[in-house]
Design a protein around this ligand. Structure first.
Ligand SMILES: [Zn+2]
Ligand SMILES: [Zn+2]
Length: 305
C-alpha cells in the first residue's frame, strides 16, 4: 500500500441499533463507524459499535510500532447508534492516547456535557472524564474547516466560514455542512479533502423533492460519497408505517444526490436493522440499475481514493 494512500474503511454501517446474527453476517451488524487513514493521520466518523473493533486494531498497531495513538473523531450527531461504541474504544483507556473530538452542541448543552451524560454511573461504571486518554473536545459550526497535519495526525487550525484558509498542499481539510433533515437537532455532514481527492460522509439525512441542493453542492465532484439509504421507496412510503420525517433516505434519494453532484462512487449506508443480507443485496441491485458506481457498505471494506 502506498504511503500516499487516502483510505476509507468501513467498521460499522448498520442503522439504529446493532444487529448481529446469521442474517447480517455479510454486510455486518455494527452501528456507524468509518475510518479515514491518510499517512499518519487517523480520522474517524462516528463512534457506533464499529469503533470497538477499530480500537482493537489501533491497539495492535500501537503495540507493534510503539507510536502513540492520535485519533480525530468527528461526530455527525450523538444519537445512541453513533456514540455507543465509545465507552469500549480501547485506546481511550491509554494515558498516551490523544482523542480530538469534534461535533455539535445544542442551545442548552455543550458537546462535552452530552458526551459526559452518555457515560455515567449507574448506566456505565466509567465516566467520560475518567477515561485516561487526553480528550480535546471542539464544537464546530456550519461551514467550518478543520485542518489536520497528514504527517503527524494532529490538528493545525480551525477556520470559520469564509475565513481565508492558510494551509500547506499536504494539509488535510475536513469541512462541515450542517444538515437539518434529521430529528431533532439535525446532523453534521463532513468532507475530507486531500491532494485533490474528496470523500463525503452523509449519514442520517433525509432527501428533499429535487434533492438536498446544499448537499449536492457540498458533494460536487467527490470521489467517494457515503450516503444514508436506510429505506427502499416502498418501505419509506409504506402507508401502514410511513417513514417520512424519520431523517433517513431512500436508495433513490442517495442516487439522485450522487448523480447531480457528479460523484464518482456512491456507498449506501445505515442499513435498516430489519434488513437481512438478502434484502440489502437486493437494494444494491436496484441501486445499480439507477447508477453504475454504487454499492452497499459492508464492514471491513477499504476504499482507496
Ligand atoms: Zn443513526
Ligand atoms: Zn440519528
Amino acid at each position: 500500500m502506498s504511503t500516499d494512500a487516502f483510505n476509507v474503511k468501513v467498521f460499522g454501517c448498520r442503522g439504529s441499533y446493532p444487529k448481529p446474527g446469521q442474517d447480517t453476517v455479510y454486510f455486518g451488524g455494527n452501528t456507524t463507524c468509518y475510518a479515514v487513514k491518510i499517512r499518519n493521520c487517523i480520522i474517524i466518523f462516528d463512534a457506533g459499535t464499529g469503533i470497538i473493533d477499530y480500537g482493537q486494531e489501533l491497539l495492535k498497531e500501537h503495540q507493534t510500532d510503539k507510536k502513540t495513538i492520535i485519533a480525530n473523531l468527528f461526530l455527525t450527531h450523538i444519537h445512541h447508534d453513533h456514540i455507543e461504541g465509545f465507552p469500549f474504544f480501547a485506546p481511550a483507556y491509554l494515558y498516551s492516547t490523544t482523542i480530538n473530538i469534534y461535533g455539535a452542541c445544542t442551545s442548552t448543552c455543550s458537546l462535552v456535557e452530552m458526551l459526559s451524560r452518555s457515560m455515567l454511573p449507574p448506566y456505565f461504571p466509567v465516566e467520560f472524564v475518567e477515561t485516561h486518554a487526553i480528550k480535546n473536545v471542539q464544537e464546530l459550526s456550519d461551514s467550518d474547516t478543520v485542518l489536520l497535519d497528514a504527517a503527524t495526525g494532529t490538528p493545525k487550525g480551525l477556520y470559520h466560514g469564509s475565513q481565508h484558509l492558510s494551509c500547506d498542499p499536504d494539509d488535510i481539510q475536513v469541512k462541515v455542512l450542517r444538515g437539518y433533515a434529521h430529528p431533532k437537532g439535525g446532523i453534521y455532514i463532513y468532507a475530507v479533502i486531500w491532494r485533490g481527492k474528496k470523500f463525503v460522509f452523509a449519514t442520517d439525512t433525509e432527501g428533499y423533492i429535487g434533492s438536498d441542493q446544499r448537499l449536492v453542492q457540498f458533494c460536487q465532484g467527490a470521489d467517494l460519497l457515503v450516503h444514508d439509504a436506510q429505506f427502499t421507496c416502498a418501505t419509506y412510503a409504506d402507508p401502514k408505517l410511513p417513514k417520512q420525517g424519520w431523517g433517513h433516505s431512500t436508495v433513490n434519494m442517495a442516487v439522485e444526490v450522487a448523480q447531480k453532484a457528479g460523484v464518482k462512487k456512491l456507498i449506501l449506508t445505515h442499513h435498516d436493522p430489519n434488513d437481512t443480507d438478502e434484502i440489502v443485496r437486493s437494494k444494491q441491485t436496484d441501486a445499480q440499475k439507477l447508477f453504475s458506481a454504487v454499492e452497499c457498505a459492508r464492514e471491513g471494506t477499504v476504499y482507496t481514493l
